[in-house]
Design a protein around this ligand. Structure first.
Ligand code: NAP
Length: 311
């Protein structure tokens, strides 16, 4: 039987490790602070932001929401980000993506001060990751590394295939696996012989954005499969095709009109060594790592105050 890599267990372990660190900061009269910027009314983004703010409240992290309207200009967004950069009580700035189409998201992400870039998207932090220097790491791949560590999954010397090369997931994931001494292959939409590449892997990370794309012919039976995909199915036909014979999923769909599915086809989970479920796997770790980066940023603030840090 494959091992189910349970995101809830890992999330709870991450959050539990943060509580004493937050208490130590409070003793030094520092409350970690996170500013969340959500431009325009995007229902999915609003849900993510609500979850992030709730995670802050549960942990005792200060949070504030900034909600520019959908017609906000790039200049107005830059003004907001720069003013947050200057706020001493704010340790992390999170700009919820996607931004409205007319806003230059590259310019906005570049404007977040690297020491407050708790999403790890600033090129300086990307460079820090690339060169193995300290810096904020993107939350989703950082959470996956915690997951592999938690379940003591060996990485060094293993072949890892990452499908997807986004700056948010695929590329930083590949870099983190490389730093952990895996032999890493990055695949993407132009990869020839994708299934064959994947079959050679001991660890497969799927970060594609296509429901049930990775089928059993992609996966060597002993592999560890990490499913980053979060795809919403809205039609019964797709649900019935991907979850063939799974009455519970069909009942869920009948009740809610939608079902969440990863990038990995459920049939893969019968034969692999271990896998992350969707939901209940990787998705739970991203916010926990955001909290972790915010606490780390507050610790750096304390270290600067005490003159024990050069950053
Ligand atoms: P993205 O920016 O759209 O990148 C998708 C990547 O998949 C691209 O590199 C693309 O290749 C590749 N790809 C697309 N079609 C492919 C194909 N047919 N064969 C091989 N590769 C293909 O997406 P993302 O932001 O990385 O997110 C990926 C998935 O993870 C999405 O489902 C997203 O919702 C989910 N996600 C989950 C979390 C979480 O917390 N669990 C966080 C972030 C993202 P090209 O570069 O060649 O186009």
């Amino acid at each position: 039987m494959p091992t189910i890599l349970d995101g809830k267990q890992v999330r709870d372990a991450i959050l539990a490790s943060l509580r004493p660190r937050i208490a130590a900061l409070e003793e030094a009269e520092i409350t970690p602070g996170l500013a969340v910027v959500l431009a325009g009314a995007n229902p999915a983004s609003e849900i993510y932001v609500r979850h992030k703010v709730k995670a802050c409240v549960d942990l005792g992290i200060y949070s504030e929401k900034h909600l520019p309207t959908v017609d906000v200009t790039t200049e107005e967004m830059l003004f907001l980000i720069r003013s947050l950069n200057d706020q001493p009580h704010i340790d992390g700035i999170l700009v919820q993506l996607p931004l409205p189409d007319h806003v230059d998201d590259r310019e906005i992400l570049m404007a977040v001060h690297p020491l407050k870039d708790v999403d790890g998207f600033h090129p300086m932090n990307a460079g820090n990751l690339m060169t193995g220097l300290p810096g904020f790491r993107p939350c989703t791949p950082a959470g996956i590394m915690r997951m592999l560590e938690h379940y003591k999954i060996p990485i060094a010397g293993k072949r890892a295939v990452v499908i997807g090369r986004s700056n948010i997931v695929g590329k930083p994931m590949a870099m983190m696996l490389l730093h952990a001494n895996a032999t890493v292959t990055i695949c993407h939409s132009k990869t020839v012989g994708l299934a064959e590449e994947c079959r050679r892997a001991d660890i497969v990370v799927a970060a594609i954005g296509r429901p049930g794309f990775v089928t059993p012919d992609f996966v060597n039976p002993g592999a560890v499969v990490i499913d980053v995909g979060m795809n919403r199915l809205h039609d019964r036909e797709s649900v019935a095709r991907i979850f063939e014979g799974n009455e519970k999923k069909l009942a869920d769909f009948a009740a809610k009109g939608t079902v969440l599915v990863g990038d990995v086809h459920p049939a893969v989970f019968r034969d692999c060594a271990a896998y992350t479920p969707v939901p209940g796997g990787v998705g739970l770790l991203t916010i926990a790592m955001l909290m972790s980066n915010t606490v780390e940023s507050a610790e750096l603030r304390l270290a600067r105050r005490r003159g024990t840090s050069i950053s």
